[in-house]
Design a protein around this ligand. Sequence first.
Ligand code: ZN
Ligand code: ZN
Length: 372
Amino acid sequence: MTSILLACFAILIALPLGCGSDSSAAEPEPICFDSGPLPLGESIPSVDAECSLPATSAVVTDAHAQSGALSGLGSDSAITIVTCGTGTPIPSDRAQSCTAILVNGLFLLFDAGDGAQRSLERLQLPVAEIDAMFLTHFHSDHIADVGEVISRSWILGRTTPLTVYGGESVQRVVDGFNGVYALDDNYRVAHHGEDILTADVGRAEAHTIADPGAGGRVVFERDGVAVTAFTVNHPPIEPALGYRVDYAGRSVVISGDTTATASLLEMSRDADVLVAEVMNEELLETLECALRGGGMERNATLLRDIRTYHIGTRALGELAAEAGVGMVVLTHLVPGFDNDDPRAETLFGDEVAEVFSGEVVTARDGTTVTIE
Ligand SMILES: [Zn+2]
Ligand SMILES: [Zn+2]
């Protein structure tokens, strides 16, 4: 039998201390995910092809070559924003939270909810060239696809480690995904070889952002691009962060999930673009009442609770106007509508525009905004 001995995957995970305990106080312990000989069968059959290319043939590019061509999206002095996921946990055909920013050759990804990875690939964004991920908070609709982004970017050609930035507990989240994907990583290295897939690069590294406060703190600086994290208000979720990206006098703010709060207002001052979550409170209230009327108390209560920690259309418009932002891009639409549903424009964009005179874009998956 071909015994494939793999290097031990020493992965730091925070061990839970049991129900009700404060896991954040636990010291991370190294855990070995060495699976030993993998259950891959006796041997891997050889299927070498005998290739002879015709003089003229179609050009087939691999994902990395393709992404290299696309990286021009973030070149020069422009900032390009792509809403790769504009949905929420409320079902629709939208991918959940995902915003890509391409700036000065860097690819920064903010959140990766369910469907985010497939959306990134469908949009032909340069997945293999992701330079860093930033998580606003750890609700599932913002992190469900973090493992897929880590894994797929590696498979498609990422050659440098991927760092995932987030508030306290991001280590736990990243360790969890690394652990879940450890067997898959082993299989792929064993199958394709270290020359094709380097094991160390297959795992992500966590970068914990200690409480940045309402005033924010720069957490990432590279090639003239600065990312500032700041706290927002999404109770009871803590930490909940927003981010501001600055480059060459241009700026983009990502609200994360939040109510209208002073930190978002201050960090959005004079920003070119505010990418903001938004809810239609009246619609949520109507839906809640309909559910109560139908005897569906539990679901009605869930809808009621949603209204306590998001930002309404009018409040968002007023905040954007006071902050003096140039454009508001609406994402994370609550409740959800499919990408092609024209009611989204009416129920979100038009309402924000009633109190905000700048440009309002009701985003769908794939909406692209470039700040020249
Ligand atoms: Zn949330
Ligand atoms: Zn959310």
